[in-house]
Design a protein around this ligand. Structure first.
Ligand code: NAP
Length: 247
């Protein structure tokens, strides 16, 4: 049995709690969070001095707070990990043994996720802790990978492109459809198919559209339609990027 203290009960903390509670070889023995959660069945605390002993302490709080928070933990030489894609392992205090347990997925409290398909990226300062984190990952996911902090930081850049930027483009499309009294739902099958296609094709093979076809006439027309739009520059940059990428 791997015992866990979860430090932070936000988007990631709550999803990790649910999946680890359900895993037969993992026991979440305590949850620390600044704000009390009435529905939580596991013992919780708002006091760092009341933290109990565990095999792994998982910090799931915003990146810019991890360093100071880890420094404030009132014990030494225990395994403390964070769940960030973008933060180096070194942001954790050296008072404890450091590690990473990064689930590569987007989490919101209200949406369900299937953890078995989520890659868990692990890293640790020593071999025994690495093996423990791999074992913990195996309890909740079918894909556990060892990745160094510098590689994970680059992976996170790629993740921002496929997730955050893509979602922002959905937002732009929603704005354009709303401004023109069109139904955004009309685009949803296209969104689904675009994601589905890369299961079998590379992104370069899957690319279609005016930039890929070098269809200057359509591109000019779109730029004219976007003449007074704040998204015109972005359209132009993305078009150039497709044209120059050899897709
Ligand atoms: N969300 C994602 O899609 C995602 C995906 C992969 C990895 N991650 C990583 O997971 C970590 C947590 O992200 P999240 O989205 O779960 O964040 P979040 O939902 O904003 O969760 C914030 C949690 O951290 C606590 N908190 C905030 N500032 C704190 C501080 N200064 N000291 C102590 N606790 C503090 C909050 O407590 P209160 O409730 O009391 O405010 C809350 O429990 C981050 O490192 C993030 O990079 C996120």
């Amino acid at each position: 049995m791997i015992t866990i203290v979860l430090l932070g009960y936000g988007n990631v903390g709550q999803h990790l709690y649910n999946v680890m509670e359900a895993a037969k070889d993992v026991d979440v023995v305590q949850v620390y969070n600044r704000t009390k959660h009435k529905t939580l069945k596991t013992p919780q605390t708002q006091d760092l001095k009341a933290l109990v002993s565990a095999d792994v302490y998982i910090i799931a709080i915003p990146d810019d707070a991890i360093g100071e928070f880890s420094e404030s933990l009132p014990f030494k030489n225990r395994l403390v990990v964070h769940t960030s894609g973008g933060a180096h392992m070194d942001v954790l205090s050296s008072n404890n043994l450091r590690g990473i347990f990064y689930p590569l997925q987007t989490f919101s409290k209200i949406t369900k996720v299937d953890f078995s398909t989520i890659p868990i990226c692990v890293e640790a300062e020593n071999e025994a802790d690495l093996q423990l984190l791999k074992k913990l990952g195996d309890c909740i996911s079918e894909k556990v990978v060892e990745i160094s902090s510098s590689a994970r930081e680059k992976l996170h850049v790629a993740a921002v492109f496929v997730n955050n930027f893509t979602n922002h483009l959905y937002h732009i499309a929603e704005t354009i459809t709303a401004e023109n009294k069109l139904d955004f739902n009309l685009l949803k099958p296209l969104i689904t198919e675009t994601a589905r296609k890369i299961e079998t094709l590379s992104p370069a093979q899957a690319q279609t559209g005016p930039a890929k076809r070098n269809d200057k006439k359509t591109i000019e027309k779109h730029l004219k339609l976007l003449e007074n739009s704040k998204y015109r520059d972005l359209y132009e940059h993305l078009t150039e990027s497709i044209e120059n990428s050899g897709e």
